[in-house]
Write a protein that binds this ligand. Sequence first.
Ligand code: DHB
Length: 390
Amino acid sequence: MNAAVRTQVAIVGAGPAGLVLSHLLAEAGIASVVIDSRSREEIESTIRAGILEQGTVDLLAGIPGSRVHSVGSRHDGIELRFDGAGHRIDFTGLAGRSVWLFPQHEALRDLIAARVASGQDLRFGWTATAIEGADGERPRVIATDDAGGALAIEADFVVGADGSRSVVRRAISGSHDGFFREYPFGWFGILCEAPPSADELIYSNSPDGFALISQRSPTVQRMYFQCDPDADADAMSDAQIWDALQTRVPGHALIEGPIFQRDVLRLRSFVARTLRQGRLAIVGDAAHTVPPTGAKGMNLAVADVVLLARALEELLLRSDAHLIDAWADAALDRIWKAQHFSWWMTSMLHVAPGATEFDRRRQLGELRTVASSEAGRTYLAEGYTGWPLG
Ligand code: DHB
């Protein structure tokens, strides 16, 4: 069965970027169709990071039914830990802003429910296979579903919010055209049933590498430790995992509990060379990847689409192209700041394989510089809580 639909904006991908964009466009009176290759259940159950910047929270809180304030919890600081001692970074005192711990899949549940309630054309299980007419005024997204159906969405503008293997990026510039860096370590992540080990998140550097003690709820905790990027998540026993975590957080006793999920993630930085070409643009993970340290991924995706929604409003409602012509540079300004912040947190806290005694002592010098100076702590607090949405 072949079908064709026509809309103002075709959005490929129903993750945070695609859903927030469809919400902002609808508020401006612009129609969109959103497709995603995954099922709703898959999207709502994928475990990702949990930290939202103030600007992201303010936007989500304005969407009907949002639970960000009721289920999420405000965090006014973090602990930076090294050399066996903790140092608090006071976000509200230093930057006048906080962050919120609200797992991404919970944010996605809210966003999907809100879009469905407003009658959004949102289709799960549809995989974009090609973009046609990319150089013209009426680009088309071609998609298929598992049942062999085919769909053509003709639009005034196509947005790729379709993740790191973006089909829309391929239509713009070739799938890997951009700036890329791979780190020589990964993160071993767990979810466990236990009370929080501390009031705030702990970012810990130790001679054995990095660990992050994060949280999910009063009874479920999320923790990570630096590992080989090719590590097998099933190769370690629970006791070995707790030992690895505890060794990397010296001087702070972790509260252990049954581990019910484990995964290994690779650390990468990427920025696509071209974010927009004519009436195609890419946002979120399709446009960039950051290593997870500092949890910038979803926040950056939201910032991309806040700017893009304004530009599309000018273009589609007032036939004014000046904002869309300036959009990629405006988005890249923040993207490269976030790239730097994520790279900096990552390199300051991890121990690279083959690090020398010089490297190790220099790193401790850097950590002491940041923790002991108000300027250093402020720099971290401003980057972590996020720059205001321009
Ligand atoms: C989480 C992940 C991060 O990368 C981070 O910096 C903070 C928290 C998390 O999953 O909870």
